[in-house]
Design a protein around this ligand. Sequence first.
Ligand code: FE2
Length: 178
Amino acid sequence: MASLQRQDGTVVTDLQAIQAALAPLGVTLNYWPTGGSARLQALLAQAALNEAEKEELLGHLDHYFQRLKDEQGYQSRDLIVLHEALPGLGEMLGKFDKCHTHADDEVRYIVDGEGIFGFVLPDGQQVELTVAAGDYINVPRDTEHWFRLTPMRRVKAVRYFSSTAGWVPEYTGTPVLF
Ligand SMILES: [Fe+2]
C-alpha cells in the first residue's frame, strides 16, 4: 500500500487522501490486487527472474493490461525486475533519481518490493510517494518527478507503454530536497 511523505516529515497513508494530494499533478494512483495464485506468489518471491519466468508472471496479470488496451489504447507491457545483485543497478538508478520528465506517461504496476516516486507540487513543496505491491501509478507526460528504491533495494513492476518510443529521461535541473 502506498504512503506519501511530505517535506515536514508527515506521512499520509489513506489512499483517498494521497489521491487528492497528487490530483493537481494529474497523477493517478490505484490499488490493484495481484491475486492469490500460488504460482504467481512463488514467482514474485524470487529476487531474479529469467525471461520465460517474467513472461509467465506477466501472463498472470494480463487482465489488467487488457483493460488498459481496451480503455486507453496501451500497446505493450514488460516487467522490470530490480534487486541488489543485479549488475549495473546503481548506474541504472542514477538515471532516474534526479528530477526529470518523459514525453510519454510513466505507467507502473508494482507487484513486489518497493519504489519511491518524488514530485514537485504546484506550490513548490516536494513529496515522496512510496509504492508497493498492488499500487498502480500513472505519472503523466511532462510531469516532473524522480524515482529511487527504498533500503530494501528490490522492486518488480509491470511497465505499460502506449508507444514503442524509447524511455529516455529529460532532466529538469530541479534539486531534490529529500
Ligand atoms: Fe521517470
